[in-house]
Design a protein around this ligand. Structure first.
Ligand SMILES: Cc1cc2nc3c(=O)[nH]c(=O)nc-3n(C[C@H](O)[C@H](O)[C@H](O)COP(=O)(O)O)c2cc1C
Length: 140
């Protein structure tokens, strides 16, 4: 079992409909490849964790990398794991809008940080912790 966490920047701001479409498409494919994970969207940036068989993660990541809906992909973490952290999510999702940010402030460590902050690159375990926080509090 393997997991990969990356951050990226949306090419254009994503509407709610566009995000839902992206999610539907992702879930369909992930189910067929037994991939699980979580996707966060905040202020035009994505943070995503993909977990599953190493070859399947690599296959989908290659597709994701070529997707013109986002750019400047940066892998924070790519490691062997002993078990899935998001077994129930073919792809969980939370759109962190301003309202959510205010509500979660003080409860979710490092939520105030930009996804692209060097902090998450240097401490990728905190990126993982942030994704894990939304596992039990997903929007969709
Ligand atoms: C931020 C982001 C996350 C994505 N996550 C996934 C994903 O988890 N699984 C997936 O199959 N596609 C995901 N996609 C979509 C892929 O880039 C690609 O469009 C999709 O795999 C369809 O490929 P196809 O054209 O070969 O059918 C994501 C795209 C973006 C922009």
């Amino acid at each position: 079992m393997h997991h990969l966490i990356y951050v990226s920047t949306a090419t254009q701001p994503m509407s709610e409909d566009e995000l839902m479409q992206l999610l539907q498409q992702s879930r369909r494919r992930n189910k067929s490849l037994k991939l699980t994970g979580m996707l966060l969207y905040k202020e035009n940036h994505f943070m995503q964790v993909l977990e599953g068989d190493k070859n399947n993660v690599a296959e989908i990541y290659a597709k994701i990398e070529g997707d013109t809906r986002h750019k400047k992909l940066d892998v924070l973490r790519s490691e062997h794991i002993t078990e899935r952290n998001f077994p129930d999510w073919s792809m969980g999702f939370t759109n962190l809008r301003r309202w959510d940010l205010v509500n979660h402030e003080g409860f979710v460590p490092f939520l105030d940080k930009d996804f692209r902050s060097p902090f998450f690159k240097e401490h990728s375990i905190e990126a993982h912790a942030l994704l894990l926080y939304f596992k039990n509090d997903p929007q969709t």
